[in-house]
Design a protein around this ligand. Structure first.
Ligand SMILES: [Cu+2]
Length: 143
């Protein structure tokens, strides 16, 4: 027993326990952050976005992967829900906010956001694409 105590001095134990606790809490928070995003594949063509409206659950990180198939299109959305104050708190938190995402024909564009506040968020095409351009819209619904 004496030899064992020499080999594993008691003073080390609390430190390593503290280290373990730090390690566990770190790996816990990292895991919380890397919770996989919900991926929604969308195609954009004259003059609609496929499978709109999209329903997502509050608190979900969403990746919209949009491909324009027939022509260049765009994607413009307000971070504030429909009917909300334009200067109100953002309900969708974008990883890299843009006024208008350009959707190049044949390229897949990823738009990532956190769905923070329930509501309906209307988006529209912001790249003039033809006669029906103004009517090219869709909705994201955060439940
Ligand atoms: Cu358009």
């Amino acid at each position: 027993m004496k030899n064992l105590a020499k080999r594993f001095p008691v003073s080390i134990v609390p430190k390593s326990l503290l280290g373990l606790a730090i390690f566990l809490s770190l790996s816990w928070s990292v895991r919380a952050q890397v919770q996989p995003a919900q991926v929604i594949e969308v195609t954009a063509k004259k003059y609609e976005y496929s499978s709109s409206p999209f329903h997502v659950k509050i608190g979900t990180t969403v990746q919209l992967k949009i491909t324009a198939t027939d022509h260049d299109h765009g994607f413009k959305i307000s971070a504030v829900q429909d009917g909300g104050l334009t200067n109100g708190a953002a309900g969708l938190i974008f990883s890299s906010p843009q006024d208008c995402w350009q959707l190049k024909k044949g390229e897949r564009t990823t738009i990532e956001f956190l769905a923070q506040t329930p509501g309906t968020y209307t988006f529209k095409c912001c790249h003039t694409c033809g006669l029906g351009h103004r009517g090219m819209k869709g909705q994201i619904v955060v439940d």
